[in-house]
Write a protein that binds this ligand. Sequence first.
Ligand SMILES: [Zn+2]
Length: 180
Amino acid sequence: MTQIQALQTWHNGHHFRARVEARWAVFFEHMGVSFDYEPEAYSDGQTAYLPDFLISLRLSAPDNRFEPKVFFEVKGAQPTPEELAKARMLAKLTNKHVLIAFGSFSSGFKSIPTPVMFSVKPDGAVDGLFHWSHCQGCDAFTFQRVTAFSDGCRCGYPHASSALAAAYNAARGARFGVHE
Ligand SMILES: [Zn+2]
């Protein structure tokens, strides 16, 4: 068994390159959020990039007939300038947001569950910090600025739900088989 193989993780028919990616899969499954893992590689002609996840958001009413897709990248630490440049390339090529999560599931950030995320907008602008949000009133699942987290959903419910907390806990505590 090599060190690299030990990091690879089977979960629910997927072969994840890193355990923290499998934890995110558990999180999205708990939230009923559809995702593709390593959906497709992109290139601007110089740099090739294979994003980790493509996620379907759920918006609050009256926009909830749309399920916009965002890319979701998983990093162990705060993204480097090179990693941000690749995310900018992907966002511009696809006209989609790229969210970059970093940090471990075991550490907390004040009252906000971790990991937290940067957002790279389709125009290439980097913004942060963000956090996943879920509304128990309208079932919206999207990303919210950490500093605006207490503002609440436009339907009147908070951005944080018990289902969201349970999904973070499930992801944090998941046990996986190791593929050798
Ligand atoms: Zn709502």
